[in-house]
Design a protein around this ligand. Structure first.
Ligand SMILES: [Zn+2]
Length: 294
């Protein structure tokens, strides 16, 4: 018995522990889902929302299947749009579990930790102010003009990649419109696998792939990305992390600047600093909530 156990553990070492778990984290936003271009589709009171959330669920499932094709032993899907109650559980891939509802402390990255091997972003959109960026915005459409970390302009994918990087998890795949794919390569480097499911013609129009083609591509490219995960570095910047938040209006900055420790850089811009990107991110979200005018 002892010899068998020894042989087994040697085999395990030689194969690099291939029988170990492979955990894949999938964050799914909505604005970058195939075919969607308007608030009537991505807003929960919009007339086409019921259709759009079915499309979002199908696209998430294609990514789950791609991760499974690559050998994933556990797949967690985080609903990352608006109320975060969009994905239809009844239709979700039976091999995934779902994180649903809001607010969540890490929002679009809730649940990420060092036990994951790869992170996948589906249905993502470009930063506020992107030319031909479909439904471009950063976290909160009417409130946030821009977010920078250590001087780098951050779409949501960059902020979320920093959170994954804090836990040593690389972002291996991003899908959405063409503009978000360009931003993903710019921030994360050329190794990240991207799928452009549509090309913006302004903010509320696009030339889009058909759903079936898009699902095929996402399944195939997520598989490829997860298999290549070891060639991708977790995204980090050098500490301290300086977050700069520019609001659309000075009155929004007035509201958020009541918090001690916040530096006001100009009428509309606040800055905070932390050695931990997760603390900086939570601070950022708090400032956005405070600054939001209802
Ligand atoms: Zn969204």
């Amino acid at each position: 018995m002892k010899t068998t156990a020894l042989l087994l553990s040697l085999l395990f070492l030689v194969t690099g522990g291939s029988s170990q778990s492979l955990k894949v984290y999938i964050s799914v936003d909505m604005e970058g889902i195939t075919g969607l271009v308007h608030g009537d589709q991505v807003g929960s009171d919009g007339k086409d929302y019921g259709m759009a959330r079915r499309w979002m669920t199908e696209e998430a499932n294609a990514a789950v299947q791609g991760a499974l094709d690559a050998g994933a032993t556990e797949v967690v899907v985080n609903d990352s749009h608006g109320s975060m109650r969009n994905l239809i559980l009844a239709d979700l891939h039976p091999s995934a579990t779902l994180i649903t509802g809001s607010p969540k402390p890490l929002s679009m990255m809730q649940g990420i930790d060092e036990t994951y091997h790869a992170a996948v972003f589906v249905g993502y959109h470009p930063a506020e102010g992107t030319t031909d960026g479909v439904l471009d915005h950063t976290i909160s459409g009417g409130t946030v003009a821009s977010v920078k970390v250590n001087g780098v302009e951050m779409p949501e994918l960059g902020l979320n990649a920093l959170l994954a990087g804090r836990y040593n998890v690389p972002v291996v795949f991003v899908s959405g419109d063409k503009a978000v794919c360009v931003q993903a390569k710019k921030i994360l480097g050329d190794a990240v696998v991207t799928v452009a499911v549509k090309e913006g013609i302004g903010k509320r129009a696009a030339r889009t792939l058909p759903l079936k083609k898009s699902h095929e591509l996402i399944r195939q490219e997520v598989k490829k990305a997860v298999l290549q995960r070891k060639s991708m570095k977790p995204y980090t910047l050098r500490a301290p992390y300086v977050f700069e938040l520019t609001f659309f209006r000075s009155s929004q900055a007035d509201q958020a600047s009541v918090i001690p420790g916040v530096t006001r850089l100009d009428a509309k811009t606040l800055s905070i600093r932390s050695d931990d990107p997760e603390v900086g991110f939570k601070f950022l979200r708090g400032l956005i909530m405070l600054g939001t005018e209802r």
